[in-house]
Design a protein around this ligand. Structure first.
Ligand code: ASP
Length: 318
């Protein structure tokens, strides 16, 4: 019998509110998630490594303009794109990450380059762009990363920011984080029992120059350890950083012997939600169990396992 394998992925917790979702848009999101799931799952089904499966799935989502990563990355306050990504190998806890990347077409490939071709774990811009060029990974001009709907989101955020300054008493002090979130990520368990995680993001709309979120921070937005689990997060990064979300889940499993589902529930609902940390994550454990918890209105997500019904699961809202 084939050993169990599993893949789960997300396209961000910043979903369009159900009232604004049209059947056409919903179908486009579902199709994109399904395509990425198929690409990653095929690697696992053919006996390939979890690391390749998560990279494949994330690359597909990065190339899709609907998601806040790679091509569809959100705009910074100044109207640029600064992309963060991380990848981790559960076999030996090797990891690679980039922060603030500006030109590489697939930031997840740059993260893997850092892991496999340098002695480092996290490389900031402009060093990561230099590494990418040294190794000949495809880069793109700024226009490639332009999408009208992300540009409109920036204009809206700038407008709200101005209004808040002008009428600070009359308006709420927190902008709606849902409007700014996105991110893509994947986790996998392969037939050899190895785990891997990958996350890639444009960060948050209107973010300050050089702001770095949780996604490229090993232990916060991304983590993988064969002994426990692989995790990729999405949500308001500042809270995920403070709660060290991904590693906390792994620790609850390692030190307290909790199941993946229980560890995820505690961190996403009992720890993150009360401090205002909106978002969710995808997770897989050493046995191939999958968890897709979130405390936001929705999370673009998909999963498939070789055990159970083996049918692709794709969903957006609760
Ligand atoms: N966590 C990402 C960040 O803060 C954003 C997101 O997941 O939507 O950069």
């Amino acid at each position: 019998m084939t050993p169990p394998f599993a893949l789960a992925l997300h396209g961000g917790a910043g979903t369009i509110s159900p009232a604004l979702m049209t059947p056409e848009k919903e179908q486009a999101y579902q199709q994109a998630l399904r395509g990425a799931l198929q690409a990653g799952y095929a690697v696992l089904r053919d006996g390939g490594p979890a690391l390749d499966a998560v990279e494949q799935a994330v690359r597909r989502l990065e190339d899709h303009p609907l998601f806040n990563a790679g091509r569809g990355a959100v705009f910074t306050h100044e109207g640029h794109h600064e992309m963060d990504a991380a990848i981790m190998d559960g076999r030996n806890r090797a990891a690679g990450a980039v922060a603030g990347a500006r030109a590489v077409q697939n930031p997840i490939r740059a993260a893997r380059l850092v892991m496999e071709h340098t002695d480092h774990v996290l490389l900031a811009w402009p060093g990561n762009d230099e590494l990418v060029r040294e190794h000949g990974l495809p880069t793109q001009p700024a226009e490639y990363f332009f999408t009208q709907h992300r540009y409109d989101q920036l204009q809206e955020a700038l407008q709200e920011g101005r209004m808040r300054l002008d009428h600070s008493q009359a308006l709420p002090t927190h902008e709606d984080p849902k409007k700014k979130m996105g991110t893509v990520g994947a986790v996998a368990r392969d037939q050899h029992g190895h785990l891997a995680a990958a996350t890639s993001t444009g960060g948050m709309t209107n973010k300050r120059y050089s702001r770095i979120g949780d996604s490229p921070i090993i232990g916060s937005g991304t983590f993988a350890d064969d002994r426990t689990c692989a995790i990729s997060c999405t949500g308001h990064g500042e809270f995920f950083l403070r709660a060290v979300v991904a590693h906390d889940i792994s620790c609850l499993m390692e030190y307290r012997g909790l199941s993946l589902a229980e560890a995820c529930r505690i961190v996403v609902h009992d720890k993150l939600a009360p401090i205002g940390g909106e978002g969710g994550l995808v997770a897989v454990d050493a046995a191939g169990n999958v968890a897709l918890p979130f405390n936001s209105e929705g999370m673009y997500r998909a999963s498939q396992t070789s055990h159970g019904d083996a049918i692709p699961y794709v969903a957006i809202y609760k």
